[in-house]
Design a binder for this molecule. Structure first.
Ligand code: NAD
Length: 289
């Protein structure tokens, strides 16, 4: 099969160019979009992610405001920062980098973000809007995945979409987003018996399990569109590699289109974060050129 390797970096660059134009329009109206990013602790991967998000904010004209807190930060201190940022009119979006240290229960702090600044779309308010088919801030990774899916399969009506994983961050909002596009939906997760019997039926397969190379060629239907959200870092002989949830080499020859890891979903997640920040600041994306 002539497989299309979906270039997430190229799609992200195109989206970021449109965000940049949207930001310029806002600035001409006197609004300077600002994204506050909160990072608690010293997890090296989280530091890399926040640094990259801040750099990419600058690329599109959004002002980043990183807040680095020590790993023993108290609940009260974190809550008071989130509330202060919620009340600060110069801040348009609030990003809470996950995971938090074990003594801080993420859902409590996510809920403290004022919904109109919830750039990750993770508050119950924004999730509820997505689940009830209302417009709102859509979680960045699922939003990026839908963009990539529609780049190769614009019409999802009548297609069977299967999502592997049901997390609050990815799987559950992804499932709702696919339903909103009139796809027929199945979700498989850790408790699903013989998940490959379901994934094999997928026209669209989105995998967000965090289990490297879980999906093999015999899990996938010929001609499917496969989106690999998984990222697991492995260090072997001092070399760090990123592994997806899909065994790319054996799955790619069988399918119509597939995302690589790295260079697939990851760049789109950040581009969608920038788009959500633009929306929070009252801006809109200009149409595609
Ligand atoms: P999670 O651990 O919160 O959820 C994983 C889900 O997958 C669970 O619902 C679990 O039931 C299911 N699952 C796990 N193993 C399974 C198996 N063997 N069979 C069927 N279902 C299984 O993880 P998450 O936050 O949803 O993230 C998933 C993956 O996506 C991780 O690798 C994460 O690093 C990656 N991720 C990537 C991006 C990106 O921008 N590319 C963003 C977020 C998460």
């Amino acid at each position: 099969m002539n497989t299309h390797i979906i270039d997430g970096r190229a799609h992200a660059a195109a989206l970021k160019a449109r965000v940049r134009m949207g930001v310029e329009t806002l600035k001409a109206r006197g609004v300077r979009p600002r994204l506050a990013a909160i990072l608690v602790g010293d997890d090296p991967a989280s530091h890399i992610y926040v640094k990259s998000k801040c750099l990419q904010c600058e690329e599109v004209g959004i002002t980043p405001s990183p807040h680095y807190l020590p790993k023993d930060t108290s609940s009260e201190a974190l809550l008071s920062l989130i509330r202060a940022l919620g009340e600060d009119d110069s801040v348009h979006g609030i990003l809470l980098q996950l995971p938090l240290p074990p003594h801080l229960e993420a859902s409590r702090f996510i809920e403290a973000i004022v919904p109109h600044k919830d750039v990750d779309g993770l508050t119950t308010y924004q999730m509820g809007r997505l689940m009830s088919g209302q417009e709102g801030l859509i979680p960045c990774t699922p939003k990026g995945c839908l963009h990539l899916i529609q780049s190769v399969s614009p019409e999802l009506k009548g297609q069977h979409a299967v999502v592997v994983g049901r997390s609050r961050l990815v799987g559950t909002p992804m499932a709702n987003l696919l339903l909103s596009q009139d796809a027929t939906l199945s979700v498989v997760h850790l408790a699903t018996k013989d998940p490959w019997t379901i994934t094999r039926q997928a026209d669209i397969l989105v995998v967000a399990a965090g289990s490297p190379h879980l999906v093999k060629a015999d899990w996938v239907k010929e001609g499917a569109v496969v989106i690999d959200v998984g990222i697991t870092a492995r260090v072997e002989g001092g070399v760090r590699t990123l592994m997806g949830d899909v065994a790319f080499d054996e799955v790619a020859p069988k399918v119509k289109a597939i995302t690589p890891v790295p260079g697939g979903v990851g760049p789109m997640t950040v581009a969608c974060l920038l788009e959500n920040t633009l929306i929070c600041a009252g801006g809109t994306l200009p149409p595609c050129a």
